[in-house]
Design a protein around this ligand. Structure first.
Ligand code: FAD
Length: 308
């Protein structure tokens, strides 16, 4: 059985993780597996697999999670969203993961697919906290202990403009049993540090893993801005992009450089973990590790034996 992520995180012991989405074809899945194998050399603490809006990748997510668990030494965490799902759906999904030996879940509310109109009053789940409750009680009934991660938003979640209320909602997720938080991607570390301080003041004491997204193209940035409403690209990053010749390769270099600097600074300031949004490619993450001068994640934790 692979470890619980909650057991891997400790003070001064950040986790390193990579996120993938499930490809739609077998050929795509095989290609992704080549990248996963390359990234396994970086010895991440865990990897995660996203869940399509409203359950659109329900089977694909499960297949990729179970295959990764079976065919690699990696600890893998499925994302699970509850929008448009019934309690019976969630029971079936939990049952499948429990039988496959999966013990970590990122519990999310999700959004209706393509932002289609959706009547939340008809929904069996309204918030991620309802899902966490359900996972906990299912686990108690079936004697399965899941480590549960939840989403956090350093720049705020668009549906709750009241940032004080938003913190109450995050705290409710922790009180329901969340073990750790993974943040939405952000590009200014001060947003993460301020979020961490606000969590601390609100009495939220679980580890906060930082979401890192190396920008790879202007098209990708536009897509990110659309998917993660409210996300801010700092002027300094935009200026760095404008200095380039506009080719995808030079924009990618700016993005990788930015993400490397973010990672270095976060590691210097006791980040709970670094979670890389890989976009199903290994190149950018491999380059970040290389530029940091390390072979794998084990070297990213402070090694007092190396005297300078
Ligand atoms: P919640 O915690 O339920 O919050 C949703 C909104 O409701 C927030 O504005 C919150 O403040 C508010 N709220 C919460 N409780 C209450 C309450 N009691 N009363 C009033 N308001 C309340 N989406 C996918 O579809 N698939 C994925 O795989 C996926 N992975 C993600 C991974 C990470 C690390 C992150 C950060 C996001 C991911 N998302 C994914 C996106 C996420 O599903 C959306 O951002 C969604 O809108 C919010 O999900 P949540 O779990 O934070 O919801």
């Amino acid at each position: 059985m692979k470890p619980l992520i909650s057991d891997l995180i400790g003070p001064k012991k950040p986790t390193f993780s990579f996120e993938f989405f499930p490809p739609k074809s077998d050929e795509g899945a095989d290609k992704l597996f080549d990248h996963i194998t390359k990234l396994e050399d970086l010895a991440p603490s865990f990897v995660s697999v996203t869940y399509g809006a409203g359950g659109s990748t329900r089977q694909l997510t499960k297949d990729l999670v179970l295959r990764t668990d079976r065919e690699t030494g990696l600890t893998v965490m499925p994302h699970l969203t509850c929008v448009k799902h019934t309690r019976a759906d969630i029971d079936e999904i939990l049952e499948g993961y429990a039988q496959g030996g999966i013990r970590n879940i990122l519990a999310l509310r999700g959004d209706p697919p393509n932002n289609e109109p959706y009547d939340w009053n008809t929904s069996e789940y309204r918030y991620a906290s309802d899902l966490i409750h359900h996972i906990k009680s299912w686990g108690d009934r079936n004697k399965v202990n899941f480590a549960i991660g939840v989403a956090g938003f350093p720049e705020g979640h668009p549906s709750t403009p009241n940032r004080l209320e938003e913190m109450d909602h995050l705290k409710a997720k922790v009180e329901c049993g969340a073990d750790f938080i993974i943040t939405q991607m952000f590009f200014e570390n001060r947003d993460y540090y301020d979020f961490r301080d606000r969590c601390n003041l609100a009495g939220i004491r679980i580890p906060i893993i930082a979401g890192i997204m190396p920008v790879q193209s202007i098209k990708g940035m536009r897509r990110m801005a659309q998917l993660a409403l409210g996300m801010r690209f700092p002027a300094s990053m935009l200026r760095a992009i404008r200095r380039t010749d506009g080719s995808d390769e030079s924009i990618r270099r700016v993005g990788v450089h930015w993400a490397t600097e973010q990672s270095r600074d976060l590691l210097d300031h006791d980040v709970g973990g670094l979670h890389f949004y890989t976009l199903n490619k290994s190149g950018a993450t491999l380059e970040i590790y290389k530029t940091l001068g390390v072979q794998n994640s084990n070297q990213l934790t402070d090694d007092p034996s190396l005297q300078i």
